[in-house]
Ligand binder design. Structure first.
Ligand SMILES: CC(C)(COP(=O)(O)OP(=O)(O)OC[C@H]1O[C@@H](n2cnc3c(N)ncnc32)[C@H](O)[C@@H]1OP(=O)(O)O)[C@@H](O)C(=O)NCCC(=O)NCCS
Length: 273
């Protein structure tokens, strides 16, 4: 990668408004929760959360404008809902969560498992803005209910209980009803207790009910047996494999019975607004 490309990526991660300058230059990028990467023609359909910025047009322009720091951000965070299940509470991603999130993403094993690049703290703050304000993205920070100190208060970040995140990315230009889904239970002590599975189910139910999603996609490293087992258990089927990234793509079509199952589940989820 040339020095100028490295510098451009760094700038792009720090200043999302630069998307357009680069887009006009004919440069396209891949993006996931933790950064932007230059798109190479050979990896067009294999990179995690892959998207060609050059084709996003107006939506991206509006989204980039929305990503400028907003003095009313605190208010916007409060307007988003929190979703309370049996074991987890999924809350909006707030600025107060960023330092701990950044700390998690220093762990090479987590970076590898989630297909992420390390970011500076400032870049992580920019990512938080992008993920909370971009209409193509939906994210929640996951709280372990057992770790919440005192009563849960919607709008309070409850950093003491944050253990991971769950994301949706509507990144298929040909299909607005498709969403890529990602889950991370970053705190090792909270793994293997059913929290990851509950988060994915609640996120899918939320997406079916509120975002008209009919197909979910997950891209998982072939060596990530736990994540593969989780998604397969939920009914996802393998649809492709990337030799380059050693990554499996799994998909779940929301059939009528699946839709009913998810909406039934949503009935038992408490929404805090
Ligand atoms: C992968 C991950 C999300 C799983 O979340 P979790 O809360 O630990 O998983 P759950 O307890 O909800 O288990 C769900 C299913 O996953 C599978 N699973 C969980 N732990 C497992 C393990 N240690 N080995 C094999 N399968 C396992 C089981 O099928 C389980 O279902 P079951 O309990 O009904 O048998 C979590 O471990 C994690 O975030 N790891 C690090 C980051 C990562 O890999 N993220 C995914 C990137 S695609």
């Amino acid at each position: 990668m040339s020095d100028s490309t490295c510098a451009a990526i760094d700038m792009l991660n720090t200043y999302p408004l630069l998307h357009f300058a680069l887009e006009k230059n004919g440069t396209s990028f891949s993006e996931n929760k933790h950064g932007l990467f230059p798109k190479e023609q050979t990896v067009l359909t294999t990179r995690r959360s892959d998207v060609s910025l050059s084709t996003w047009g107006k939506d991206l322009e509006q989204s980039a404008v929305a990503q400028q720091r907003n003095p009313r951000e605190g208010e916007m965070e409060k307007k988003s809902v929190s979703l309370e299940g049996k074991k987890v509470i999924m809350v909006p991603y707030m600025e107060a969560h960023v330092p701990k999130y950044h700390e998690w993403m220093q762990d090479p094993a987590l970076l590898q498992a989630t297909g992420s690049e390390p970011l500076t703290l400032d870049q992580e703050f920019q990512m938080q803005l992008s993920w909370t304000q971009d209409p193509h993205k939906k994210t929640f920070i996951v709280l372990d209910k057992e770790m919440v100190v005192g009563d849960f208060i919607h709008g309070d970040p409850h950093v003491e209980a944050m253990i991971g995140d769950v994301n949706l990315y509507m990144n298929d230009l040909d299909d607005p009803h498709m969403a890529e889904i990602e889950i991370m239970i970053a705190e090792p002590k909270s793994r293997g207790k059913g929290l990851g599975k509950e988060c994915v189910l609640i996120m899918m139910a939320f997406a079916v009910e509120n975002l008209e999603i009919c197909i979910f996609r997950a891209k998982i490293g072939e060596s990530n047996g736990t994540s593969l087992a989780l998604f397969k258990k939920l009914g996802f089927k393998e649809t492709s494999y990337s030799e380059i990234f050693k990554e499996v793509t799994l998909e779940l079509q929301v059939t009528k019975p699946k839709q009913e199952e998810l909406l039934h589940l949503l009935g038992s989820v408490l929404t805090h607004a």
